[in-house]
Write a protein that binds this ligand. Structure first.
Ligand code: 5SP
Length: 225
């Protein structure tokens, strides 16, 4: 699959979310929405009402990343509301298979997220239940953190597992993705890139998205996977 960019609105201006989403509408593939509950992660952001409001204004599909303690309860509601993709965390879900199936049944893509210290070996049996595997490349909770290089071998391993099963599972990296790090991620096997500060901290967010995408395309073309 051609690389896709999913700018995170965690780094946007929450007082002008609709305008900030419109800024990247012609350049990005998704809008990444970080839902945080101050329990699973030490930060509180937004929830279903804001997602419902964004759905009315965004030309791009919403890529909802639930960093919350009880995703089994909430994830189906995001899918039902019209999110294009709903990602739950492996560390938080108590009934991941049921929840992932419900997300799909509601018509959204089902994602499974893992924190930097969570291995992907052991999750093989869930690969057939998902459309996307999200690997956190910072500890979840905040934008603007430094990319964790230590996660790159896991990106390679995840790509190997996906390839070995010949599954159409997208591999997303999230955290510290920028012009300095995106090529390493693409080379390791990622094909969906979340970028918050690298996009919304730029003078021209749409141009920043286009540049990230062309870097990822070039790195993917030369990658071994
Ligand atoms: O999920 C998270 C943080 O927990 C991310 O989506 C960040 O919001 C990405 O921001 P940058 O690291 O790109 O600034």
């Amino acid at each position: 699959m051609a690389p896709q960019i999913s700018p995170s609105i965690l780094s946007a201006d929450f007082a002008r979310l609709a305008e900030d989403v419109a800024l990247i509408a012609d350049a990005a593939d998704w809008v990444h929405v970080d839902v945080m509950d101050n329990h699973f992660v030490p930060n509180l952001t937004l929830g279903l009402p804001v997602v419902e409001a964004l759905l009315k204004t965004s030309a791009l599909p919403l890529d909802c990343h639930l960093m919350i303690e009880d995703p089994d309860r909430w994830a189906p509601q995001y899918a039902e509301a019209g999110a294009g993709s709903v990602t739950i965390h492996a560390e938080a879900a108590k009934a991941p298979i049921r929840t992932l199936r419900t997300i799909r049944a509601e018509g959204a893509r089902a994602g499974l997220g893992v924190n930097p210290a969570t291995p992907v070996d052991g999750l093989e049996d869930l690969l057939g239940e998902i459309d996307m595997l999200l690997l956190m490349t910072v500890e979840p909770g905040f934008g603007g953190q430094r990319f964790l290089d230590v996660v790159l071998p896991k990106v390679r391993r995840a790509r190997e597992l996906i390839k070995g099963r010949d599954l159409p599972v997208w591999l997303q990296v999230d955290g510290g993705v920028s012009a300095e790090t995106i090529e390493r991620c693409a080379d390791a096997g990622a094909d969906v890139f979340v970028a918050g500060s690298a996009v919304y901290g730029a003078q021209d967010p749409a141009e920043a998205v286009r540049k990230l995408k062309s870097q990822a395309e070039a790195a993917t073309a030369g990658a071994a996977w």
